[in-house]
Design a binder for this molecule. Structure first.
Ligand code: ASP
Length: 321
């Protein structure tokens, strides 16, 4: 019989503070390794300074993800991939492992830092807001709107132009010609994410993305979906995913990784198992970060590279691409 007797955590009693961030899993080209590495390290440092000063996991995750959203290297906020119509369209979510509450925002335009809007949604009364409604909520929360074009970088504009030139598809044809149906290796996918444990006993998971390149307008991937792109339960741990959102959603990957922690599987084995299952079961590609409630880290990906950095109190910082 499976042991499900995970007890109440005793956080704050000798449990370490911890922060894990990722900057996406995809065939990161050699010339983009350094900026990915640097971005993850700086994001980690900005979240870590919050945790170290006794701040909350919520503030630490928001700080880390905001940094990655502002860094044009990554597919989140500024620098996001463009959809089939050449627009930036953003999704983000944040989940509180103590209350199991979440805030998610989808199909956003004109929001520079979707993670901050997701954090506002976490307070309620809605749990997920889309598009115009999310924009109106942002205005009510005094979150400034930008011009959507301000989020577009030259690199992505050129990639979109190349794609458009090779693809004379009408909108109706896009289902067949979207990257989800063509070579997944051909396109980048570097959603960003973070998981933090704080001194107060909170566990938070957060992520933010521009989605998949040249996606159908209105398409939503795993990132803002609880149990798919992210899940956090302070009784056991949290998981945040990156990669092909349709496949990650089919697998309910993050919830299943956390379920493995419930069965006392280590975070590293849980991450490896779920990424293998993603590939085997639905041919999905991507990666995930896992953090257990007692501060153990797991990382796995089946893409050529994944950018990450993490730190657990009392141990040196680790990073890699
Ligand atoms: N998971 C994201 C999505 O499918 C993409 C990514 O991880 O880069 O929207």
């Amino acid at each position: 019989m499976i042991d499900c007797s995970f007890g109440e955590p005793e956080r704050g009693k000798g449990m370490p503070i911890a922060l894990v961030v990722h900057g996406g899993a995809w065939p990161i080209p050699d010339d983009q390794v350094a900026p990915h590495q640097q971005g993850c390290q700086v994001a980690l440092a900005s979240g870590w300074s919050v945790l170290e000063a006794g701040g909350t996991a919520l503030d630490a995750c928001e700080a880390a993800v905001r940094y990655l959203e502002d860094d044009p290297t990554f597919n989140a906020g500024t620098g996001s991939v463009l959809n089939a119509e050449g627009d930036v369209e953003l999704d983000a979510a944040i989940m509180d492992g103590q209350t199991l509450a979440y805030g998610a925002v989808v199909n956003l335009h004109r929001i520079r830092n979707p993670i901050s809007l997701a954090r506002s949604v976490l307070v309620g009364p809605a749990t997920m807001l889309a598009s115009d409604g999310a924009e109106r909520f942002a205005i009510a929360q005094n979150i400034p709107l930008c011009d959507n074009k301000d989020l577009v970088v030259e690199r992505e504009r050129l990639l979109w132009q190349q794609w458009k030139a090779n693809c004379n598809a009408s909108l109706l044809d896009l289902k067949q010609t979207s990257p989800a149906r063509s070579s997944p290796q051909s396109a980048g996918h570097d959603t960003v994410g973070a998981i933090a444990l704080d001194v107060h006993g909170s566990l938070i998971a957060a992520n933010s993305t521009g989605g998949t390149p040249f996606k159908l307008p209105g398409r939503v991937g795993d990132t803002p979906l609880v149990g798919c792109g992210l899940y956090a339960d302070v009784l056991v741990g949290a998981c945040v995913c990156t990669g092909w959102g349709e496949a990650i959603t089919q697998m309910a990957l993050s919830r299943r990784a956390v379920e493995l922690l419930e069965h006392r599987i280590s975070p590293q084995l849980a991450a490896e198992h779920m990424v293998k299952a993603l590939g085997r079961r639905v041919g999905g590609i991507g990666g995930c970060i896992v953090l257990s409630a007692d501060g153990r880290v797991g990382l796995a990906w089946n893409t050529p590279r994944m950018a990450y950095a993490y730190r657990v109190e009392g141990r040196p910082t680790a990073w890699g691409v």
